[in-house]
Design a protein around this ligand. Structure first.
Ligand code: NAD
Length: 249
């Protein structure tokens, strides 16, 4: 399939996990991609395609976002698709959660998604068919203990996405969320080290997918993002697609 031939795409969090798999999937389908991530070294590993540009960016830094998004749009000659995949997970007993931790999680996940979206919107609207794919999480709708800040950030991203989907619908913009769960990635490989030492696993509901052999590879979400961002998703906006193998039903 070559659904992205000639399409211009910006992907944050492109150095690892689902963002990286999405970079590779959209490149394989013909896109021109700018992949932006706070992690410089990992991005270098996937650079190499002449249709890929890698940029270092902290999405919570307003000035840096405005500069990198503007430069990316100039380099690509416009923007058709924005994928806001960058995110962090930290956990704590909520009564012990430091304000610094709360602010960092909200600042990266929610405010970072806002900052990149705000900077990219004029170019996405210029095309008349722009698409934004944001990253919610199963934690936004299903109870995940010790992750109040993370869950709140993802619930906020869902609401934010519904709002902009409606606001810009008459200008041809679509905005959707993926809500992944149980996907192998940097975040899930390090989840346990970000939880309190005395974590009570009984507080979690189901932890394993209903189908498959445990956690799924990030490519299983990248394929859904490719569908949503392509013409195949042309009638999908203002909603979220859960991709968790039935962990939460
Ligand atoms: N893996 C899952 O099961 C799962 C479940 C729910 C939601 N998600 C969401 O999927 C998205 C992708 O995460 P993943 O699971 O692939 O994990 P990951 O850790 O492999 O990828 C996240 C990427 O975001 C980058 N990043 C972190 N902070 C950043 C910042 N300030 N600026 C720019 N880049 C930054 C990281 O360097 C990393 O490359 C995240 O938004 C995450 O919350 C994942």
């Amino acid at each position: 399939m070559q659904r992205f031939t000639g399409k211009r795409v910006l992907i944050t969090g492109g150095a690892s996990g689902i963002g990286r798999a999405t970079v590779l999937r959209l490149l394989a389908e013909g896109a021109h991609v700018v992949a932006a991530d706070i992690a410089e070294t990992v991005l270098k590993e996937i650079a190499g395609s002449e249709r890929l540009t890698a940029r270092v960016l902290d999405i919570s830094d307003e000035e840096a976002v405005n500069a990198v998004v503007s430069e990316s749009i100039d380099r690509l000659g416009g923007l058709d698709v924005l994928v806001n995949a960058a995110g962090i997970l930290r956990g704590a007993h909520t009564h012990e959660c430091e304000l610094e931790m709360w602010n960092r999680i909200i600042g990266v996940n929610l405010t970072g998604t806002f900052l990149v979206t705000r900077a990219a919107l004029p170019a996405l609207l210029d095309t008349g068919h722009g698409v934004i794919v944001n990253f919610s999480s199963t934690s936004a709708s299903f109870a995940h203990p010790y992750m109040a800040a993370y869950s709140a950030s993802k619930g906020g991203i869902q609401s934010f996405t519904h709002s902009i989907a409606q606001e810009y619908s008459k200008q041809g913009l679509r905005a959707v969320c993926v809500a992944p769960g149980s996907i192998r990635s940097g975040i899930t490989e390090t989840t346990v080290q970000h939880l309190p030492e005395d974590v009570d696993w009984q507080l979690f509901g189901k932890l394993q997918p209903a189908i498959g052999e445990g956690f799924a590879p990030p490519e299983s979400v990248a394929g859904v993002i490719a569908m949503l961002a392509s013409e195949d998703g042309a009638f999908i906006t203002g909603t979220e697609i859960r991709v968790d193998g039935g962990t939460h039903q």
